[in-house]
Design a protein around this ligand. Structure first.
Ligand code: ADP
Ligand code: MG
Length: 558
């Protein structure tokens, strides 16, 4: 039996690819620049084993040239180039990746810098161009060839002239249509910003001729136009640098350049992990709350890079909701990307990274609390509420992550105290962690219920935010100590002589039962209490839901 090969309707396939792989057109430039970077990398790797080749960094670069008059955009590189066969195979066969083959051939173990793998990125050029011309001269070859295509119709290859080894890719940018404009891909500022966005950390210089205006001599208000070759990309990703090489200013500069925020971050976290999964990350804990933080519009996430090329602007899966305030980026070589490089194929690696990152953030916050208390309090003022929401929304692990990071205002210290600090100050024989919920410190202090406890020298935590008591109910205990609201019936501190005797109960039985009748539906019981000092009466709640929680719940919209 003969096994037949599948055939493909290549014209349709190409059309589909051009129109449906990428969600954004601008990535065509990322794809072409990545190919150029790969082509230079190949010379670099060859030079490692071939003595006749030397790799001097100055000679290797990528250049982007826009020509508005002719409506062309050219991406030049001094990389390894392509022979006639390679042009035919790599650009003529869809999904054939010369770069992937190179990686395998050379058995490059740490050759993770080579970006190409799918053999489709090149065709992204047709999203913005009618005609794509590739002029290439391969390393070690005397001849140069021109590959040209108008898209789905096919391509031609003819011999041509080219002085230096390398490749020029010339895009004839599409004419504007009624509802689409392509002019932007010829504009210097737009091209620069696309390069900055996706290809800032390509390891070779990406150059452009930038127009500069100099004042004309003698004529004050007139400018002389000239151009100057500029390198657009930063090249060295700061996250690959050694922590010891970097200063606080470097990190702050990066924060600003990346527009993570306008504030000065409270803390930066630089992570280099080289274990089962490799990744680098730079994370920031901002000082101020972004204006939309506690709204639905706020989108959490970190920038995700694969090999220095931006994949996703905001990868939400990298951060749990309770750390949604964290800003920064992650770069990993071990991600399996989908074909458009916009998503991940499997999220196993991502999950591992996310878990790892969360632990690091937690540990950093904890050490901030211990060692830089003022900064921690500043942070807590902004984002403490989010941590409490995290505890509240727990179904298992958040508690462990977050409980040590919580702080509440302490009646004793008159400032924020952690639960650990509270416990360390507990009185001999004290069974519970006491708290009082109310609108403000002043109000809480005036509660009849707090009087007795304060009088006996017990420390009370003041809960002034709606979420506080709900979060604590989720926590239930901290280091085996139960939380106890001051408004609960049994505070666990009554001595024998403070207990209400049976005879006392009997004496007022009739009074209380008539009071209960009058208040029926409002209270469940009326009892004698010995915990009151200057107040005649107080309300207590013994159920799961305290009086303050009831207030919060009843104020919520249905
Ligand atoms: P990928 O980069 O995923 O391999 P592409 O469609 O982007 O897929 O490119 C296909 C192949 O064409 C590359 O693998 C490479 O062999 C070749 N190629 C593309 N651009 C260049 C270039 N500028 N210089 C040399 N070879 C290139
Ligand atoms: Mg590619």
């Amino acid at each position: 039996m003969e096994t037949k090969q599948f055939k493909a309707e290549s014209k349709r396939l190409l059309e589909m690819m051009i129109n449906s792989i990428y969600s954004q057109r601008e990535v065509f430039l990322r794809e072409l620049i990545s190919n150029s970077s790969d082509a230079i990398d190949k010379i670099y790797y060859k030079a490692l084993t071939d003595d006749s080749l030397t790799f001097d960094k100055e000679s290797y670069y990528i250049k982007v040239v826009s020509d508005k008059g002719n409506r062309t955009l050219t991406i030049k590189d001094t990389g390894i180039g392509m022979t006639k066969e390679e042009l035919e195979n790599n650009l003529g066969i869809i999904a054939k990746s010369g770069s992937l083959a190179f990686k395998k051939e050379q058995e490059i173990k740490d050759g993770h810098d080579i970006i190409g793998q799918f053999g489709v990125g090149f065709y992204a050029a047709f999203m913005v161009a009618d005609v794509v011309t590739v002029i290439s001269k391969a390393l070690g070859s005397e001849k140069a060839y021109k590959w040209e295509s108008h898209g789905a119709e096919g391509y031609t290859i003819t011999p041509c002239e080219k002085e230096a080894v390398g490749t020029d890719i010339i895009l004839k940018i599409k004419e504007n249509t009624e509802d689409e404009s392509f002019d932007e891909y010829l504009e210097e500022y737009r091209l620069k910003s696309i390069i900055k966005k996706y290809s800032d950390f390509i390891r070779y210089p990406i150059k452009m001729d930038a127009a500069i205006k100099e004042p004309k001599e003698g004529a004050e208000n007139e400018n002389k136009e000239s151009t100057e070759e500029q390198t657009i990309n930063s090249m060295v990703p700061i996250w690959r640098k050694n922590k010891s090489e970097l200063t606080d200013e470097d990190y702050e500069k990066f924060y600003q350049e990346k527009h993570y925020g306008f504030d000065k971050p409270v803390k930066h976290i630089h992570i280099n992990v080289d274990g089962t999964i490799r990744y680098n990350a730079i994370l920031y804990i901002p000082e101020n709350i972004p204006f939309d933080y506690y709204s639905k519009e706020y989108e959490k996430g970190l920038e995700l890079y694969s090999n220095g090329v931006l994949i996703m602007n905001k990868c939400g899966d990298l951060l749990p909701d309770y750390f949604s305030f964290v800003k920064g980026m992650v770069d990993s070589e071990d991600l399996s990307l989908n074909i458009s490089r916009e998503m991940l194929q499997h999220d196993r690696q991502l999950k591992l990274i996310a878990k790892n990152i969360s632990k690091k953030i937690r540990n950093e916050l904890q050490s901030l609390m211990k060692n830089e208390r003022e900064k921690y309090e500043q942070f807590y003022k902004s984002f403490g509420r989010q941590l409490k929401y995290g505890v509240y929304s727990d179904f298992g692990t958040h508690k462990e992550m977050l409980q040590d990071l919580l702080m509440f205002y302490s009646s004793k210290e008159k400032k924020l105290a952690s639960l650990d600090e509270y416990i360390s100050r507990m009185k001999d024989g004290q069974k519970y962690i006491y708290y009082a919920a109310g609108e403000s410190h002043e109000r809480i202090e005036k509660l009849p219920q707090t009087e007795l406890l304060a009088d006996k020298g017990y420390e009370i935590l003041y809960f002034t935010e709606d979420i506080d008591e709900f979060a604590i109910k989720m926590l239930m205990t901290y280091k085996d100590k139960e939380f106890k609201s001051v408004s609960s019936g049994d505070l666990g501190i009554e001595n024998e002589d403070e207990k209400v005797s049976e005879s006392e109960e009997k004496e007022h039985k009739e009074l209380f039962s008539s009071m209960k009748e009058i208040l029926s539906g409002k209270v469940t019981d009326v009892r004698i209490s010995k915990r009151l000092k200057s107040h005649p009466v107080c309300l207590t709640a013994d159920g799961e839901v305290t009086i303050e929680m009831e207030k919060v719940l009843s104020s919520m919209p249905d």
